[in-house]
Design a binder for this molecule. Structure first.
Ligand SMILES: [Zn+2]
Length: 251
């Protein structure tokens, strides 16, 4: 399955957190507006799965459900962009800080606060916003036993459905870590699809939906290149771009 639509991967949207994970609100707005100007239009995760060949679809995802994601809502509503917020459900009872050593350095611990169930419930009242699973605890899925893996996947999906009263058919793998066993477990746990991390996007499928990551302080020129159709498809085919473009020119 070749996925021609564009799904962006973000984490935090914060002016004050000086970390690659946290794009500034104005930059976020400019990135989406420039894609819309290039002909992309907002689509849900279900649309991306149903019509992978539609190269004009744009979906936005946020991993970890940082509280600052609320800064993204205004620009997305204005541009009619659909998004999925991937939440670690063990943290959402109190909107606990996502303090995970592997996720790196942090200047201000408040930036790690995550969205609580009440806040998520408020956000999904907007039809453009959906919530997906990022597992219960941000686990390293390939390292878990079958039983632990099943609990992380199944219980997080059920928690979202219980708390928000909405289905949660999509998953994003923590750290982007997945393998054949993890993908099969995701399917068994009731997910319709799962998003991979940038760089793991070749050999795509419903349980390995590709994403393009945009980071703080990346030059806009580089972001334009990364989101270009030919560049994305060449990456997905794991194919040198120059050869791909030559082949396309030659028909
Ligand atoms: Zn994460």
């Amino acid at each position: 399955m070749l996925v021609r639509s564009l799904t962006l991967m973000y984490h935090a949207v914060s002016d004050g957190w000086n970390d690659p994970l946290a794009v500034r609100t104005a930059d976020f707005r400019r990135q989406l507006a420039s894609l819309v100007a290039r002909g992309y239009r907002g689509a849900s995760a279900a649309d991306v799965l149903a019509r992978p060949g539609d190269r004009r679809l744009l979906h936005v995802t946020f991993d970890d459900a940082y509280a600052s994601v609320t800064n993204a809502i205004g620009p997305m509503r204005e541009l009619r962009i659909h998004s999925t917020i991937f939440v670690c459900t063990d943290f959402a009872d109190e909107g606990r800080r996502l303090e995970i050593p592997e996720l790196g350095r942090v200047a201000d611990r408040d930036e790690l606060r995550t969205l609580s169930w009440d806040e998520l419930r408020e956000l999904v009242r907007d039809e453009l916003v959906e919530v997906g699973s990022h597992t219960k605890s941000h686990a390293h899925l390939p390292e878990l036993s079958d039983a632990e893996l099943d609990a992380e996947l199944r219980q997080s999906r059920e928690a979202i459905e219980d708390h928000l009263g909405a289905r949660a058919p999509f998953l994003a793998y923590p750290f982007g870590e997945e393998d054949e066993r993890v993908r099969r477990a995701a399917e068994r746990a009731g997910y319709a699809g799962a998003f991979a991390a940038p760089g793991a996007s070749f050999r795509t499928g419903p349980y390995r939906l590709p994403r393009t990551g945009l980071w703080r302080d990346e030059p806009p020129e580089r972001q334009r290149t990364k989101t270009r159709y030919a560049v994305r498809i060449a990456a997905e085919l794991n194919y040198p771009l120059r050869r791909y473009l030559k082949r396309r020119r030659e028909g």
